[in-house]
Design a protein around this ligand. Structure first.
Ligand code: UT7
Length: 336
């Protein structure tokens, strides 16, 4: 499903960006002692050097709140009219975390719910926020992505334990016009449930007495990720009438540096336009795009006025892309 928002009377405009990372670091060397792996394998196959891990007393809701407060600060906003929270590692299956985030931030009884679209959740959240703004449900919305994969990944499984990290990111989107910098210009969202088995955490009925660790068919997911993200990103570029040469910054989901490079190659992007920002944080699932945006700003790949394409792929299978002209903003980033 591609949705062109260029020319629509109402736009969702990105107005603030915040992140929160756990202070605790796990370097490749820390894993080599525990797993049958090597620093060379992890770096060459994934581009990851270290990842962050929350301490026992920090919840995914804590991370989400910190990133949300930082995004509000970055936007210079005291409040918002709704919260959409993307996570595939909630502290509990019920209730969702977003109402608690709204409560803790003192936002009052605003609409708030969680999006479950795994690594595509942040871009699905942006599309949801755009819908709320267009429908008049809210004038501004916090879109938060927060993950604690360290709590669902089997520490003894080398195929997944080396990949994932914890972290959170958030943006404030407000109602504006499509001509403004920061306006989300197009969306492409999709899913293919025939691939549901490829990324999975078993439920209680599937493993009544068993362990419920995260599992992923890595190689099959790799191939799907490249195909789906490239096709989805192309659709939003086409909707914006952007050619690869005119895209300044491509900020995809950060699962694996080789995937980032393969998608950039498939799209025919000039060198240096694709953002690979997972060396220090690993794959942070839904949080990876807002965290990568901060890295891209620091590296000056992302600047005000940059034609920017976001693209994500994850469990479901799900994928989602969007495009915007990057606005003038200063991100606020903290650690916990
Ligand atoms: O975020 C949601 C979406 N997720 C993704 O997009 C992740 C997609 N998948 C990937 O990033 C990659 O497939 C992986 C990083 C998970 C694996 O890389 P790969 O190049 O696809 O390796 P592979 O799965 O084909 O495995 C190659 C070999 C295997 O050994 P054999 O069968 O060739 O003897 C694995 O057992 O590498 C082995 N291996 C490891 N060796 C050392 C797998 N994990 C490790 C490890 N250390 N940590």
């Amino acid at each position: 499903m591609a949705r062109r928002t260029v020319g629509a009377p109402v736009a969702a405009v990105v107005a603030g960006l915040g992140t929160c990372l756990p202070a605790g670091k796990v370097d490749n060397a820390d894993l080599v002692g525990i797993l049958d792996t090597s620093d060379a394998w992890i770096r060459s196959r994934t581009g990851i050097s270290s990842r962050r891990r929350v301490s026992d007393d920090v919840s995914v809701t804590d991370l989400a709140c910190a990133a949300a407060v930082n995004a509000l600060d970055s936007a210079g906003a005291g409040t918002v009219g709704g919260v959409v929270l993307a996570t595939s590692t909630p502290d509990r299956p019920c209730p969702p975390a977003a109402p608690e985030v709204a409560h803790r931030l003192g936002l009052g009884c605003v609409p708030a719910f969680d999006v479950s679209a795994v690594c595509s959740g942040f871009v699905y959240g942006l599309a949801t926020a755009w819908g709320w703004l267009a429908a008049g449900i809210a004038d501004s919305v916090l879109v938060v992505a927060a993950e604690t994969y360290s709590r669902i990944v089997d520490p003894a499984d080398r195929a997944t334990a080396v990949l994932f990290g914890d972290g959170a990111g958030a943006v404030v989107v407000r109602r504006g016009t499509p001509e403004e910098p920061g306006a989300l210009l197009a969306f492409d969202l999709g899913s293919d449930g025939s691939g549901a088995e490829l990324i999975r955490v078993p439920g209680v009925r599937e493993r009544p007495d068993g362990e419920r660790w995260f599992a992923m068919a890595g190689r099959k997911v790799y191939l799907q990720a490249v195909d789906r993200m490239a096709a989805s990103a192309l659709r939003v570029m086409k909707d914006c009438s952007w050619t690869p040469e005119t895209v300044d910054a491509f900020v995809p989901h950060q699962a694996n540096l080789r995937i980032v490079e393969a998608v950039a190659g498939r799209l025919g992007l000039p060198a240096g336009r694709a953002v690979g920002a997972l060396a220090d944080v690993g794959n942070t699932a839904a949080a990876s795009i807002p965290l990568a945006l901060v890295d891209a700003l620091a590296a000056r790949v992302l600047k005000p006025g940059a034609r920017t394409v976001l693209s994500a792929f994850g469990g479901g299978l799900t994928w989602a892309s969007s495009a915007l002209i990057w606005p003038q903003l200063t991100p606020v980033c903290t650690e916990v």
